[in-house]
Each structure stands twice: as C-alpha cells, then as structure tokens.
Design a protein around this ligand. Structure first.
Ligand SMILES: [Zn+2]
Length: 254
C-alpha cells in the first residue's frame, strides 16, 4: 500500500490535525524567538569590542603623551642648562662681536625654553583629560563586559532550551502525523503555506472561522457528520467547533 492506512475516522484525524497545527504554531513562534538571537549576540559582543577599541586607543595616546612630556621636560632642562652656560659665557667675553654672538645664543635658548614650556602645558592638559577618559572607559568596559557576558550566557542557555523544546515538539508532532493519512496531511501542509500558517479552522456562527464566509447549511451538516470539508472561499479545512468538546466528554467517559 502506498500510504499508511489510518485506523481513525476523518473526525478523529481532524482533531489530531488541530493539535498538529497547534504544534506548528508553537514551532513558528519558537523559531521567531530564536531568529532574534544572532543579532542580539552580535550587538552585545560589538558593544564590548567597541569599548575595548576606544579604551586601547585612548590608553595608547596617553602613553604617547607621557613620552612626549618626558622628552619635552628633558629638552627644557637641556635648554635651561644651555642658557645658564651662555649666561656664564657672557661674563667672560672680551669683544663686542663675541658679546653679540652669545647674546644671540641666549635669545635662542630663551625662545626654545618658552616653546617647551608652552608645549608642556598643552601636553599636561591632554594628559589630564586622557587619564580621566581612560579611567571612565575602564570602569564602563568592566561593567559592560560583566553585564553583556551574563546576557550572552543567558541567551545561549535560552537558545539551547528552545532547541530542546523544538526537538520535543517535533517528535510529538511526528508521532501524531503517523495517525493522519498522507493525503490529509499533504492537504494540510499545502493550505498552510498559502494561509499564513492557519490551515484548520472551526466553524464560527455558521461561517468559516478563517475567512468569515457564510456556509450553506448542508456544508455545516457535513462538517458535523465528520466529513472532510474545505472552505470554498479560502481553501481551509473546516472543523466542527465541538470537536474538542467531544474529546473532553470522551475523556470523562473513559
Ligand atoms: Zn474560509
């Protein structure tokens, strides 16, 4: 036989199909929840990475500024010493020409000293603001890392849990699908693709629960009788809303 012959009536199969549809909706919702995770993870990791890059850049600049300061302070010291030497030399000159030359040296050293002092003031300013920024960034990075890493772990755990639920639902769905004829199952899948995932709908107020098209009394009778009826308007499988109530009654009766 090409397909497994189900032992169940159409009505019972439709009842099962409703459960399959419920599982399919759950699967869709779980997949959607999962679909947000990659972007979320990327965002959390990027936030850390950006802060790390900023922290590295500012720290490197701070090291550079400190080096420049050391160099400038050394230059200042050298120029101050050179100025002192020139001033001493001035006391020992014997000609006007020598005097002028040493005077020029002195002026040049004084200019260089003023230049170095100005640069030192600017560098000290930059050092101060960089030290503040680096300290703030370090604190922010530490907090962000703690927070984001715990959120990343949470998302990963969540994702694993969802995967487990998905596996469970899929197994349960496969078990139910065994009980429904291939023909009905294929019909269901085909309708689902065209109808935003809802393939089996109850009759509501004597109309299709999917598209609200009023149903002829004969169709309603056929549905009650447990026949497979497809809505002529939207193509969905129609079921008696009492189908689940029947089940509850049967459960009570057992
Ligand atoms: Zn319809």
């Amino acid at each position: 036989m090409p397909e497994k012959k189900p032992q169940l009536s159409i009505k019972e199969q439709l009842k099962i199909l409703l459960k399959i549809q419920e599982y399919d909706s759950q699967l869709l919702e779980l997949q959607m929840r999962k679909s947000f995770f990659p972007d979320l993870l990327k965002q959390l990791k990027e936030e850390i990475k950006n802060l790390e890059a900023e922290f590295k850049e500012k720290s490197e600049r701070l090291t550079e500024v400190k080096k420049e300061l050391d160099l400038m302070e050394l230059t200042l010291k050298q120029e101050e010493q050179a100025l002192k030497d020139s001033q001493d030399k001035l006391l020992k000159v014997s000609t006007n020409k020598e005097y002028d030359a040493v005077q020029m040296e002195i002026e040049s050293h004084k200019e260089k000293i003023a230049e170095a002092e100005e640069k030192i003031i600017v560098l000290l300013d930059e050092q101060k603001s960089l030290e503040k920024e680096v300290a703030e960034l370090e604190e922010k990075l530490k907090k962000t890392k703690e927070l984001n890493e715990s959120r990343i772990a949470e998302i990963k755990k969540n994702s694993q849990e969802i995967n487990q639920i998905i596996e469970r639902i899929k197994a349960e769905k496969a078990r139910l699908e065994e009980k429904v004829s291939m023909r009905l199952l294929n019909k269901y899948r085909q309708i689902r693709q065209g109808q935003q995932g809802v393939a089996v709908v109850p009759v509501v107020d004597r109309a299709c629960g999917g598209c609200h098209q009023a149903l002829p009394p004969q169709r309603i009778q056929e549905i009650r009788a447990g026949k497979l009826v497809i809505c002529e308007s939207c193509g969905r499988i129609l079921v008696d809303p009492d189908i689940l109530k029947d089940e509850e009654d049967e459960d009570k009766g057992q």
